[in-house]
Design a protein around this ligand. Structure first.
Ligand code: AMP
Length: 216
């Protein structure tokens, strides 16, 4: 059981937010709210929001605050969030963090901890360009650091693996620059609120064990 159960995972693209979230969800049964996943689903469905977001995502930029905040506000109302939730990839700007605080306040909830996955730019670029995602489930692999048993096939569900369009070297570099400029200020913001926990390890098992100590 998690004592601190409403969480934000902060970190650059490829810092491991999705991978650590998946492990924490399997262990604790909290809800996973990934704005990247929500946006990719909108793009795949071809909705108006998806059309607007798709081009921005391809370039590595951030989609408008109002769009993601609206999506997160709706998602937080779903019953599975009662057990706790991990916000993965949200907030990414100070404005989003402020809107999130207002949304949660209105629901009588609050963020219990912000986990910062502190990974160097060098490792991030190596990871992003070798990342593979499953078409069938949420599994994430890495050709170098965490390869699947059979190349191109998901160990968990047998579906095909693919590389995200925004994981090319060029877009990965832009996303990293966007992180430093727009998202990094959130580290200070949450530190001042006394909510930040910085995690330096890059090993999944070590991170999960460390988080158990801090959050259970
Ligand atoms: P991710 O899967 O978290 O790496 O997100 C992929 C892309 O979706 C990002 O590069 C942004 O273009 C967009 N995105 C995801 N979350 C947000 C957010 N909180 N604010 C703005 N754009 C976002």
């Amino acid at each position: 059981m998690l004592n601190k159960k409403n969480l934000i995972f902060l970190g650059g693209p490829g810092a491991g937010k999705g991978t650590v979230s998946n492990a924490m969800i399997a262990k604790y049964g909290v809800a996973h709210i990934s704005t990247g996943d929500i946006l990719r689903a909108e793009v795949a469905k071809g909705t108006p929001a998806g059309k607007e977001a798709g081009a921005i995502m391809k370039s590595g930029g951030l989609v408008p605050d109002a769009m993601v905040c609206g999506m997160v506000g709706e998602r937080l109302k779903e019953p599975d969030c009662e057990k706790g939730f991990i916000l993965d990839g949200f907030p990414r700007t100070i404005a989003q963090a402020e809107t999130l605080a207002t949304i949660l306040d209105g629901m009588g909830k609050k963020i219990d901890a912000v986990i910062y996955l502190n990974v160097s730019d060098e490792i991030i670029l190596q990871r992003l360009t070798a990342r593979m995602n499953c078409r069938g489930c949420d599994a994430i692999y890495n050709k170098i650091f965490m390869p699947p048993k059979v190349e191109g096939i998901c160990d968990k569900c047998g579906s095909e693996l693919f590389q995200r369009a925004d994981d090319s070297l060029e877009t990965a570099k832009s996303r990293l620059a966007v992180f430093h400029k727009q998202t990094q200020p959130l580290i200070d913001y949450y530190e001042k609120l006394g909510l930040l926990y910085s995690c330096k390890s890059t090993e999944l098992d070590e991170i999960v064990a460390e988080l158990a100590k801090v959050l259970e």
